[in-house]
Design a binder for this molecule. Structure first.
Ligand code: ASP
Ligand code: MG
Length: 401
């Protein structure tokens, strides 16, 4: 019998009507003669509300207790959803992370799934029950509850699909698929019928937030059939898979990431070992560096600029300023009025001229490029923050049409 894993995000189970809507999606699949394991997130803003509640009691609460608290959101939604399915007259059981067999490492609040012991789920399925599982959580080797990090329910769903070799893993959300760009800011954004794992990963790392990154990594690793679809409209979503059709478009997506800061280390001696020192200092502090640019300064000196995530700005500036003497730098500055705009598409590997076309579109929109970086399937530019939306539209017009 076919096995389908269906995951429903927080907005899809936000209230009574939505819960019954989800219950109908699940029972319809079940009635088609398939086995269903459904993974749910906490309702609506529950997780945010719980975090706020914790902060009122103890802003320095231990991560262990945070996980004990946050995991309760999914316990509520999974039990409610099971009750709705009972009310519709179907056999169902809800299981929490422990009952469902999620074993994680011990890093509270950002645990990684080590394995899923699926015996209990299998036993329930053998009885032809619909199984509802709490997303986002597991148990570590100290027998404590752990959570997987914000948005982690996607990863729970893919982990079950991988462990049980499910025929399909559907991620239901409040958008109806993966778009070439955020439809709220780009007029001619289009829904993709399919996208490759690599493209999806690049888009996610460029600021498009559809799927939890680790869920895509895991789906790629275990070759899980993924589909992103809407819980509100019954129409085909976007398939995420290993290879997509050849005749597909060159560029699959245009994304914007506002959470970046450019840091510049100015007036460095032009000799070996300087870049090494800078980036080692940053690596020691676990700061993620993205675009890097080295340029020739005045009087035989050089400048090195790079981008970091906004929340690493202070730590990066502090670390480098502390070592200004060691680096022999004239000064260190930052600019947070920047945004990173990227185009992603596996097709660019075999098509020359993509970069030229991108830069032409930006030039015609009168947008100045501050930095550029490329990978096999992505080109990113750093530009002034206020031009971000204009750039996305210009690139979407040039590539998506
Ligand atoms: N409820 C958790 C969160 O809001 C996990 C999830 O939604 O996937 O981050
Ligand atoms: Mg949520």
């Amino acid at each position: 019998m076919e096995l389908i894993v269906q995951k429903f995000g927080g907005s899809s189970v936000a209230n009574k009507e939505r819960i019954f809507n989800v219950a109908r999606i699940i029972t319809k699949t079940y009635q088609e003669g398939k086995n269903v394991v459904a993974v749910v997130s906490a309702q609506g803003d529950t997780t945010d509300d719980l975090i706020a509640k914790a902060a009122e009691i103890n802003p320095h609460a231990s991560k262990r207790e945070m996980d004990a608290l946050l995991s309760s959101g999914e316990q509520i939604s999974s039990a409610l959803l099971a009750m709705a399915i009972e009310a519709l007259g179907f056999p169902v059981v809800s299981l929490n992370g422990r009952q469902a067999g999620f074993v994680t490492d011990s890093s509270y609040t950002k645990a990684r799934i080590k394995r899923v012991i699926t015996e209990r789920i299998e036993r329930e399925i053998d009885k032809r029950r619909i199984v509802i599982v709490t997303g986002f959580q597991g148990i570590n080797r100290y027998d404590d509850i752990t959570t997987l990090g914000r948005g982690g329910s996607d990863t729970s769903a893919v982990a079950i699909a991988a462990a049980m070799k499910a025929d399909l893993c559907q991620i239901y959300t409040d958008v109806d698929g993966v778009y070439t760009a955020d439809p709220r800011i780009v007029k001619n954004a289009r829904k993709l019928s399919e996208i490759s794992f690599d493209e999806m990963l690049e888009l996610a790392s460029c600021g498009a937030q559809v799927l939890h990154n680790r869920s895509v990594e895991m789906a790629k690793k275990y070759n899980v059939n993924l589909e992103v679809c809407s819980s509100l409209e019954d129409k085909p979503g976007t398939k995420v898979k290993e290879v997509t059709k050849m005749e597909q478009m060159l560029i699959k997506g245009v994304a914007k990431d506002d959470d970046v800061v450019r840091i510049a280390v100015i007036g460095l001696p032009d000799k070996p070992g300087i870049a090494f020192r800078i980036f080692q200092l940053l690596a020691n502090k676990k700061i993620n560096v993205d675009i890097i640019l080295q340029s020739i300064g005045r009087d035989g000196t050089k400048d090195i600029s790079f981008t970091v995530p906004s929340d690493s700005k202070e730590l990066a500036m502090e670390t480098l300023s502390e070592h200004k003497e060691l680096l022999d730098a004239a000064h260190i500055e930052y600019d947070d009025n920047v945004t990173k705009v990227s185009i992603v598409g596996a097709g660019m590997q075999s098509n020359p001229g993509v970069a030229a076309k991108m830069f032409e579109a930006l030039y015609e929109a009168d947008i100045n490029i501050q930095m550029i970086s490329t990978s096999e399937i992505k080109i990113s530019v750093l530009i002034a923050k206020e031009l971000g939306v204009k750039a996305m539209n210009a690139l979407s017009n040039a590539f998506i049409g």
